[in-house]
Design a protein around this ligand. Structure first.
Ligand SMILES: *Cc1c(COP(=O)(O)O)cnc(C)c1O
Length: 476
């Protein structure tokens, strides 16, 4: 399997090469040169597989440069129930991503029972094991530099802790994270994990990461890498749970399902699109945004209008607070018939701070052919949905999942199941749960008292040089 660039001006690369890289050489995103497919017989065989076997079977189609036995071992090590046990007491954790029936034709797929209580663990845990494997083979090292306002940074740290050849330098805003989020990250004592709390906001942290990464000499000398949401390994890993959810909700390959996906950077739902392109019988992909509705706007009007960073609204589903959707280019490449010249033209406008408008083009009817519909949710919707779900099903859901469910209900089909992806557990967003329900959310046993654990964090001024110095000192 070779990977092309959505902008068409970069040489094709193999899986292991794009795994460790970010953008392609021409600034585009990587995608399979053609999507692998799953036959009816293969899909039937998958019905009897464990999650790890299913993961191996699908990843083997993407990672053709990793020997089968090695890939099978990596999948088995990654997708073992012990890693995804932060679940409600009645969850069937042997399924890794258990499907919970809410009512006829409405399900919740639990993707957030991993170490950091968000769906990002599903892909990041695989990435940790893949990085260690590929780096060892090549005799290389990597220093992952990132900025986080919560979910991504902690998922990366829990995936990379103790991995040989990998160090993580994660910048976070000193003031803006919840006590729970701080405790989750800063209590890690692993020698290869470094938490840097910046005296500023998330954007200040992000700017430092950009400045360090733009210093190409420093980047090369200190082998600076990233694990952001455009990483192809993460997208590929997310394809697996769409298959798992489909297989759990159906008994025959003639049946279709809908998936509803709380969306920000378009990483999660992009994997759903790819699963559908591979032949998984998905009828609709229901995209849900919060008040930051840049994607809902596109799917309703055909206009893609990234917001200015300063215009991003701070919401109670903060992991979906985005100004532009970094994975969206992958879908648009398929939408415009895989023509890189069109993508280059559209992103010339976007990269220049502008927008594009497909409303009068023949691409618009194709959005429905690809199964996409969308909707948005706001704080009041979120609160009402959390309350209703608790009352109706006795179940606490988090704010992002509530956005997904709210929009899912606007697009239900009578004849087939709709599966809402649970992207975080409520314990991560305690404040809003208390606002909605007047009580604290339930917490997994392993996290009862994490705020009391000793913390290991370096507090820093907003200075690029200070971060560079820290990296230099700690990579010697
Ligand atoms: C990251 C995240 C999202 C958004 O996922 P994308 O892949 O960026 O679309 C939604 N919910 C939660 C809880 C997240 O952490």
């Amino acid at each position: 399997m070779q990977y092309l660039s959505t902008r068409g001006n970069a040489p094709q690369l193999g899986f292991s090469d794009i795994l460790l890289g970010g953008l392609m050489e021409d600034g585009g995103l990587s995608l399979p040169a053609s999507y692998p497919t799953v036959s009816d017989a293969e899909l039937t065989a998958m019905r009897g597989m464990s999650y790890a076997e299913l993961a191996y079977t699908l990843l083997a189609k993407f990672a053709t440069d990793i020997p089968a036995d090695d890939l099978r071992a990596l999948a088995a090590k990654t997708y073992t129930p012990a890693v995804y046990c932060n679940a409600r007491p009645d969850s069937d954790t042997s399924q890794i991503t258990p499907l919970r029936k809410l009512e006829k034709n409405l399900y919740l797929q639990e993707l957030s029972n991993g170490p950091t209580l968000a769906f990002k663990d599903m892909a990041m845990q695989l990435l940790g094991n893949l990085f260690e494997y590929v780096l060892a083979k090549r005799g290389e090292q990597i220093n992952i530099l990132g900025a986080t306002s919560g979910d991504t940074g902690s998922a990366a740290e829990y995936a990379m802790r103790g991995k040989k050849g990998v160090r993580v330098f994660m910048l976070s805003p000193r003031e803006n994270m919840s006590a729970f989020q701080r405790a989750q990250m800063y209590s890690l004592q692993d020698a290869n994990i470094f938490n840097l709390a910046v005296r500023g906001m998330f954007d200040d942290a992000q700017d430092i990461v950009k400045a360090v990464s733009n210093d190409l000499a420093f980047k090369a000398e200190y082998k600076i890498g990233a694990v952001n949401s455009i990483n192809w390994g993460r997208v590929a890993a997310q394809v697996i749970y769409y298959f798992k959810g489909y297989l759990a909700a159906t008994t025959s390959n003639n049946q279709q399902v809908n998936f509803a996906v709380p969306s920000g950077n378009f990483g999660n739902i992009c994997a759903g699109h790819i699963a559908r392109m591979m032949g998984l019988p998905i009828r609709k992909l229901v995209l849900a945004t919060n008040e930051n509705d840049v994607l809902d706007e596109f799917f309703r009007t055909g206009v893609y209008r990234p917001r200015k960073t300063a215009d991003v609204k701070v919401t109670s589903s903060p992991s979906m607070d985005i100004s532009k959707a970094s994975n969206f280019e992958r879908f648009v490449f398929d939408l415009v018939g895989r023509d890189p010249a069109v993508v280059r033209e559209l992103w010339k406008a976007v990269d220049g701070g502008g927008h594009f408008d497909l409303s009068t083009t023949p691409y618009i009817p194709r959005i429905a052919e690809f199964g996409f519909v969308s909707g948005r949710s706001n704080h009041a919707d979120r609160i009402a949905t959390i309350q209703r779900v608790y009352k109706q099903y006795g179940l606490m859901i988090d704010t992002h999942t509530a956005d997904g469910l709210k929009v899912a209900l606007e697009h239900l089909d009578d004849d087939i199941p709709t599966i809402v992806l649970e992207t975080a557990l409520p314990a991560k967003f305690e404040e809003t749960i208390i606002e909605a329900l007047g009580e604290k959310p339930w917490r997994p046993a392993s996290m009862q008292n994490i705020e009391a654990l000793p913390q290991r964090v370096e507090v820093m001024d907003i200075k690029v040089q200070a971060v560079k110095d820290f990296i230099v000192t700690h990579t010697r």
